[in-house]
Ligand binder design. Sequence first.
Ligand code: MG
Length: 261
Amino acid sequence: MAPVLKSAEELNIMREAGRIVAIAHEEMRRAIEPGVSTKVLDDIASAVLRDHGASPCFLGYAPGNHPPFPATITASVNNELVHGIPCEERILQDGDVIGVDVACLYRGYVGDAAYSHAVGKVSRSALRLLEATEAALEAAINASVLGNKISDVAKATARSAGRMGYSVAREYTGHGVGASMHEEPQVPNWWPGKNSKIQWQDYDLQVGMTYAIEPMLIAGRGDLMELEDGWTVVTKDGSLTAHFEHTVAITADGPLILTLP
Ligand code: MG
């Protein structure tokens, strides 16, 4: 199925959905410090969404064999790449890196964004990973222009990460965003060669395409596994990870980030 192109009016609603997500991120950012539980962050995001008349997309989400996701945010600490389940027992420690992802539905449209944060004072290598992941996102956004394809966006991400010496998560991709949280196109963080077993559908970028770009960078090898909770994805070698995400729209004037405050 081809990507759904959005009208200017739809993009305006998506900017509102994205703004609510951005506000939730800002409020969580202020609360992140050693001693705070990931449940506290979830409560903050839940309150922001509720106060703005938006509903959380992750809560109850249960694709495939996954159990229903029990929270508003995913909170993934250190070697947890994505999909960590927030809870009272998970207390942030000085030196941790936490990735927080939030998506909301507002007036029928979705906004989706993620940030990774240093907790207290982190190592220089952790700071470098955070900077590299944000830079990879920026490179992918800059590649989101007419005349390019989805594969150009994917290659821009991989190139940016590779230049800094990091691997990208190969199994998890960005995705089209609209009335639904996941639609066409898939937006990978790398692009397979012609002989690869994995082949994604490539598309020319078009005005009105909207998708979430979400580089997930890994300091060590890229091997991943899912924990027994049915959600949390971790690096097998325990290496540190970071994740940043924005929802963007393709416009005639260049990429428009929809998830800004
Ligand atoms: Mg997300």
